[in-house]
Each structure stands twice: as C-alpha cells, then as structure tokens.
Ligand binder design. Structure first.
Ligand SMILES: Nc1ncnc2c1ncn2[C@@H]1O[C@H](COP(=O)(O)OP(=O)(O)OP(=O)(O)O)[C@@H](O)[C@H]1O
Ligand SMILES: [Mg+2]
Length: 224
C-alpha cells in the first residue's frame, strides 16, 4: 500500500482537482485506489458523490469505475494510515489524501504517513510568496518525499511558467506542469477524471505526467 498526500496552504491551488485526477490515472494503470478527504469543504467527497450519481443517468456500460471514499476524522489520520498499512500489507492499494489549506497537526500527520507528497503551486507572485509555510511544514514532516506541480498554468505564459519552474527547482523537484483547462472543470464537475471525458485529452496527458512521477517515487520504476 502507498499513500500520496496533496498539500498547500494557499487555497485554490488545485489540490482537490489533482487528487481526483490522479486517482483516475492510477486506477487506469491498475492500482486499487481509495480517496480520503480531510478538508471540511469536502470537494473530493463531493466528487466521489457525483461519480456515484452518474450511475443514475448514464447507461451501465459507461459507468466509471468505482473509486471509494474512506471516511476518516482528520484527528485520526495518523493512526488510520498505520492501521490501513497493516490491513493492506502487500497489496496494491493507493490511498490519495486531499487536505485543507491549513498548517495544523492533522495535515502534519498526513504528511508523516505519506510515501509521496504533492504541492500544487499556481504561477503567480502571490502564490510563490505564500509557499514558505507550506514548504517548511513539508520539510519538517516529509523531507525528501515531495514534489511541486506547477498548477493552473496559463498556456499563454510559457516563459513566465519556465521561470517559475526554475525557481521551484531550487527548493525541490517539479513533477510536471498542469495547464488551466476547461476540460478539468468540466470533467471533475461531473465526477469524471480528465481521462474519462474525451478520447484524446491534453489534460489527461498532463495527469499521466504527474502519475509517472509519483509512481516512480513510490514504486521506484518508470511506468510503461
Ligand atoms: N488545471 C485546472 N484547470 C482549470 N481549472 C482548474 C484547474 N485546477 C483547478 N481548477 C479550478 O480552480 C479551483 C480551485 O481548484 P481546487 O478546488 O482543486 O483547489 P484546492 O487547492 O483544492 O482548493 P482549496 O484550498 O479550496 O481546497 C476550482 O474551481 C477548480 O475547478
Ligand atoms: Mg480542495
């Protein structure tokens, strides 16, 4: 069993979007996946709910594969991860944890229990300035396990994005860039991942890049 935790104290950076998109990519690659939503806002829980509701109005042969939500009280996350690891020793369960944009002990426990940590960062001066506390918390609890994702990047600002990636790389690895695309909003609003909305999707290709990075980190081998 492996655990991937998404974290960033800056709200709206793309944690929930990337968490559920990665869940679909990993499942398509043969992993058994479960989601945990530690954010009282409940974006990831709402996505799981929307995904279940698809069964009421799409035909059975196009039902998306079930991705369960594990309900865990935030204060129990550390103990829950240990129990889940004991129960799932030797199987290929991937637990993906979405967190609230806070710096509390619950997030720290979700970082300590993770095999890989993803920090989405939007390419803006405000977001770069706000990164300090998140980075400190991740270094304190998950040093060596994290990677950044340049998230919601504009496809019009190629040079600026490259400059920001270069700055991020001074602090840690950058897994990939995920562009701001309507495809993400459309798919995720309905309970799908970008892989499931269209046949050739640039959004899906970007998430594959993230999955390749995470998979290498947790399984120690490149995909494919
Ligand atoms: N790559 C993307 N392309 C288009 N829209 C995106 C993308 N990533 C995120 N968004 C949109 O940006 C908003 C914030 O994204 P999301 O909820 O994933 O961020 P978050 O970090 O989980 O936020 P919070 O801190 O509030 O939990 C949402 O409206 C989402 O649809
Ligand atoms: Mg969120």
């Amino acid at each position: 069993m492996h655990v991937v935790t998404f974290v960033s104290q800056k709200g709206g950076s793309g944690k929930s979007t990337l968490a559920v998109s990665l869940a679909v990519a990993a499942q398509l690659d043969g992993r058994r996946v479960a989601l945990v939503d530690l954010d009282p806002q409940g974006s990831t829980a709402a996505w799981v709910d929307a995904r279940m509701k698809l069964r009421e109005w799409v035909s059975e042969d196009s039902w998306p594969a079930d991705i369960p939500l594990r309900k865990v009280g935030a204060a129990r996350i550390g103990a829950w991860i240990e129990e889940a690891r004991a129960r799932n020793a030797g199987n290929n369960l991937l637990v993906i944890i979405d967190t609230a944009g806070t710096a509390d002990d619950d997030v720290a426990a979700a970082l300590r229990g993770a095999d890989a940590v993803v920090i989405p960062v939007q390419p803006s001066p405000q977001d770069m300035r706000a990164l300090g506390p998140t980075l400190k918390q991740v270094r304190d609890h998950a040093a060596g396990k994290f990677a950044f994702v340049l998230s919601r990047a504009s496809h019009l600002q190629v040079r600026e994005n490259a400059e920001i990636v270069a700055v991020l790389e001074k602090h840690g690895p950058v897994a990939c860039t995920v562009t701001d695309r309507v495809e993400f909003k459309r798919a995720i609003g309905l309970g799908y991942g970008p892989h499931e909305s269209t046949t050739t999707s640039k959004a899906a290709a970007e998430i594959d890049g993230l999955w390749d990075h995470v998979k290498q980190k947790i399984e120690g081998e490149p995909r494919g």
